[in-house]
Design a protein around this ligand. Structure first.
Ligand code: SF4
Length: 362
């Protein structure tokens, strides 16, 4: 498969969120955040499992109260994907989830308050080998930085992050990652580019409050794509005002598009036009639904006619080109048989599953 990127990844320190490595030479991880009420343990566990099923490497859960921390402990005991507890300000909550078990704390040390409180949290995190994510957001910049810069800017985001980083440095705590999020793509990209040269820790990429499913996916793909193509970024979260499961799927689609991570079926499909010899859109949607469980990488081309069909179908591992009266099936670059429109989806699914698990049949 053609791979246009010969990128050099920024060298970062490798940290561990539970068993999952972030940074260094580790694969770029894809994460999301639950949007259930954390107090509702069963509902939250179900959502985390749904996220894990589509490939989430890490899941973040907001823990706004001490009661939510109790629920977090129960949730953590019921799942096996690493969990990040999202905490704002309250060090009691941080200490509690550290006691109950947590894989990463998302807390900004500069927001914890008194020095003894910061020290208590950092020392417990250090004892338990729990990393921290510093998360700077354009919407919640410190007042003095808002005053200094007049409005959120890339420089303001970086200055805010460096303040939090400085606190951790002084406490000899180095296992952290940093995010610098804004909803404006160019500001976010500029901020990450600046910080990437100033610290060795991994960077968590995201375009915050990106929007609904379509616009958010597009914004995230552009912003994250720019950075990832430059070798910047160790873990990503696509923020969508949509089901978090979609965030994971879009995240993997971004990484797959850049050949940074292979997972599941990479569908190459023509947009279809009046030349199509079968309903391309219907077949593609059907295949996407049927093949969601597949995690092994495989390129599959679905092409409506012979104009561009044979070229794409040959280049993929499995391909179909629409023809009259039959459609031509390809396997590893060679035509291997014919099928009709009625049996096309079943036949493709069978070929795909056989290719992945040679003993399996549907
Ligand atoms: Fe149209 Fe054929 Fe191109 Fe598909 S491959 S868009 S059907 S011309």
């Amino acid at each position: 498969m053609f791979s246009p990127l010969n990128l050099t990844r920024r060298q970062s320190r490798k940290i561990y969120v539970g068993q999952v490595a972030v940074g260094g030479d580790a694969p770029i991880t894809v994460q999301s955040m639950t949007n259930t009420n954390t107090h509702q343990v069963e509902e939250t566990v179900a959502q985390i499992r749904a996220l894990q099923q589509v490939g989430a490497d890490i899941v973040r859960v907001s823990v706004p109260t001490l009661e939510a921390a109790d629920a977090f402990g129960k949730i953590k005991a019921a799942v096996n994907v690493p969990l990040v507890a999202d905490i704002h300000f309250d060090h009691h909550i941080a200490l509690k989830v550290l006691e109950l078990g947590v894989d990463c704390l998302r807390i900004n040390p500069g927001n914890i308050g008194r020095q003894n409180r910061v020290q208590a949290v950092i020392s417990s995190a250090k004892d338990k080998g729990v990393p921290i994510r510093i998360g700077v957001n354009a919407g919640s910049l410190e007042k003095d930085l808002q005053k200094k810069y007049g409005e959120p800017t890339a420089e303001a985001l970086v200055e805010s992050a460096l303040r939090h980083i400085d606190i951790l440095d002084k406490l000899n705590f180095f296992d952290f990652k940093v995010s610098l999020k804004a909803s404006e793509i160019f500001m976010t990209v500029a901020a990450y580019r600046q910080l990437a040269t100033q610290i060795e820790q991994p960077l968590h990429l995201g375009i915050t409050e990106a929007g609904g499913f379509r616009s958010g996916a597009v914004k995230s793909a552009i912003g994250l794509g720019m950075l990832l193509a430059e070798g910047i970024g160790d873990t990503i979260r696509v923020s969508l005002a949509a089901d978090p499961v979609e965030e994971i799927k879009v995240g993997f689609d971004i990484l797959k598009s850049l050949h940074l991570r292979q997972k599941g079926i990479n569908l190459i499909a023509c947009p279809s036009c009046s030349r199509q010899n079968f309903d391309v859109i219907k077949i593609v949607n059907e295949l996407e639904n049927r093949l969601e469980d597949i995690v092994q990488p495989l390129d599959v081309a679905v092409m409506g006619c012979v104009v561009n069909g044979p070229g794409e179908a040959r280049a993929a591992q499995i391909g179909i080109t629409g023809g009259t009266p039959h459609h031509l099936l390809y396997l590893n670059g060679k035509p291997v048989g014919k099928t009709n429109s009625e049996e096309l989806v079943d036949e493709l699914e069978r070929m795909i599953r056989t290719q992945i698990h040679p003993q399996a049949s549907i």
